[in-house]
Ligand binder design. Structure first.
Ligand code: ATP
Ligand code: MG
Ligand code: MG
Ligand code: MG
Length: 563
């Protein structure tokens, strides 16, 4: 590709709304442009990287035996009503009507559509197992679209769905995908970690997320320094501001235990083993810990709570009584909820309680300044996070470390959650109707491009891993009007293309400084630089973008030296 005929609108400055480095650089490097909030155009360079990610993922899916299909992005409401998710999914689901007034949504995920497809096609055990995937545009009306491609409203996802005859088969399908994900992320060149995860709105039996390790990640990974335990402190929704909960927070502060400033202190106060730290949530309002949620045994916890509330007898299952005692100004989403002070929840209540605190599906309830923090360092507008119900603490009891991660992939064992509701059955060997066991597997294709930049950049720009760089090599001619240099450069350009290397040729009539700055900004892994002096001495300079190292390659016998 000759850059004189290419379109790369690089910019000196990023728009002020761009907070994280990948967002800034994707815009400055001329790879994406915003259409509207959370919705982007992919320009030629950006699309090349996106396609490279998608193709690596496709290859690993194909190798793992998954078959590519393409499903519609417009989905009829009746399918979502069948599974109950039409009501459950909340405002992230963009809904609309056709001219006949029928309800539709833009697909945020495709469990309903794929289950509908498969139930209509697959009749016999002989057709299973089956794994179908697609690379497709998803729409989620994210409450806070931000960070460019990292959290868009429209984004590109690879989603795969497996159908099996029995549990054993479903587990096998799950681990095949798990391994394929590891291969794909390794081939892309990401530093990543699989972690135990919450299955969230997708639901199901168990799941893992694949986290790209980066400080700007929105997820927090709790991992053990000694064993291989790693889990996501799954976040709940965060809303920017609101009156309702500010009142609630004021209430909370009154009965909070402000003298307990660390999770350890709260644990001690509650008589909870600090080794269960990752199961403890501390809510911080304006620098003060105002409430803690601790997982554990209901009975013991309720006794502790009574203690906390001044010895009052209280049945936590009795919402009215809790309200009366605590004078809570807002309702709660869960069966047993926190009102104020320290509320201790049993495992299966944790999600409800955190949902309540974060507003849950009640979009009008707002929460401010909530943070889980090991040592109460307040992160403004920090996410509320919760460890999932199924996570063990690490068995070994060693210290937990918290690191930031970006979720680039997620595998779920769904079980029969969808197939049962939608009647996706098959006839087994004995001619008996059986329900298919499902799994689903997502990869954030467009998010990966942003994550790769978060992990690989410096003050001059992106440093793309070769596998997903828009071009692997950029040849820069410093010839200007010197036709001999330009001719030689063109020769090199052809030679490199013959070697099947993805190269672009900066033949623009720009100053060398502009070409170097652009090449650094875009982050081609290698720059080849040919000037008048080099031509005279018979050398072309090769610069490694990552290390900055420069070596000279002979023009004579270039192909061998370059290889
Ligand atoms: P998150 O926790 O970041 O909101 P999610 O858990 O809701 O993501 P999944 O339903 O697991 O997302 O979807 C599969 C993958 O799609 C995610 O692992 C992520 O890489 C990607 N993805 C999800 N939401 C977005 C988004 N808003 N923008 C870009 N990629 C996304
Ligand atoms: Mg999400
Ligand atoms: Mg998630
Ligand atoms: Mg997920």
């Amino acid at each position: 590709m000759k850059l004189s005929r290419y379109y790369i609108p690089t910019l000196k400055e990023a728009p002020s709304e761009a907070e994280v480095v990948s967002h800034k650089l994707l815009i400055r490097a001329g790879m994406i442009r915003k259409l509207t909030s959370g919705i982007y155009n992919y320009l030629p360079l950006g699309l090349r990287s996106v396609n490279k990610v998608a193709n690596i993922v496709r290859r690993e899916m194909d190798r793992a035996g998954a078959l590519e299909v393409l499903m519609p992005s417009v989905q009829p409401a009746d399918l979502w009503q069948e599974t109950g998710r039409w009501d459950y999914y909340g405002k992230e689901l963009l809904r609309f009507n056709d001219r006949h007034g029928r309800d539709y949504c833009l697909g945020p995920t495709h469990e309903e559509v794929i289950t509908d497809l498969v139930r209509g096609e697959v009749r016999s055990y002989k057709q299973l197992p089956l794994n179908l995937y697609q690379v497709q545009t998803k729409f989620r009306d994210e409450i806070r679209p931000r960070f460019g491609l990292m959290r868009g409203r429209e984004f590109i996802m690879k989603d795969a769905y497996s159908f099996d005859r029995d549990e054993a088969g479903a587990e096998e399908s799950y681990w095949i995908m798990f391994e394929a994900y590891k291969k794909a992320f390794a081939r892309i060149g990401l530093r990543f970690k699989p972690v135990q995860a919450d299955s969230g709105a997708i639901g199901g039996d168990f799941s893992h997320e694949f986290m790209v390790l980066a400080d700007t990640g929105e997820d927090t990974i709790a991992s053990c320094s000694a064993c291989d335990f790693a889990a996501n402190l799954e976040k709940a929704k965060v809303v920017e501001s609101g009156e309702v909960c500010e009142d609630a927070c004021a209430e909370l502060e009154e009965v909070a235990t402000p003298d307990k400033h660390t999770v350890e202190e709260v644990c001690e106060f509650l008589g909870v083993d600090p080794a269960a730290l990752v199961k403890t949530l501390l809510f911080v309002v304006d620098g003060e810990p105002v409430a803690a949620l601790v997982r554990g045994d209901r009975e013991i916890n309720d006794a502790k709570l009574r203690n906390l509330l001044g010895g009052n007898e209280i049945d936590m299952a009795d919402e009215a009584m809790v309200r009366e005692l605590t004078g809570a100004p807002v309702g709660f989403a869960g069966p047993h909820g926190l009102k104020k002070g320290v509320r201790i929840v049993a495992d299966n209540e944790l999600r409800y309680a955190t949902d309540w605190i974060a507003g849950g599906n009640k979009a009008d309830t707002h929460v401010r300044h909530l943070s889980l923090s090991r040592d109460c360092e307040v992160e403004q507008y920090a996410d509320l996070r919760v460890i999932t119900e199924s996570d063990p603490c690490p068995e070994c009891g060693a210290a937990i470390e918290f690191t930031k991660g970006i979720e680039v992939g997620h595998v779920f064992k769904l079980g029969t959650k969808y197939s049962e509701k939608m009647g996706a059955t098959f006839l087994d060997e004995n001619g008996k109707d059986q329900t298919m066991i499902m799994g689903c597997y997502g990869i954030g294709i467009s998010r990966i491009v942003a994550s790769a930049i978060e992990q690989n950049h410096d003050e001059n720009g992106c440093i793309f891993p070769p596998s997903i760089a828009p071009f692997e090599v950029c040849l820069i001619s410093l010839g200007g009007k010197d036709e001999a240099v330009n001719e030689k450069a063109l020769e090199l350009y052809e030679a490199v293309q013959d070697m099947d290397v993805d190269i672009c040729y900066d033949d623009r009539k720009e100053r060398p400084g502009v070409k170097f700055a652009d090449a650094d900004l875009i982050g081609y892994p290698m720059q080849l630089v040919l000037g008048g002096k080099g031509l005279k001495n018979g050398i072309v300079e090769a610069k490694d973008r990552k290390s900055g190292e420069r070596i000279e390659l002979p023009l004579d016998g270039f192909a061998e030296a370059f290889a």
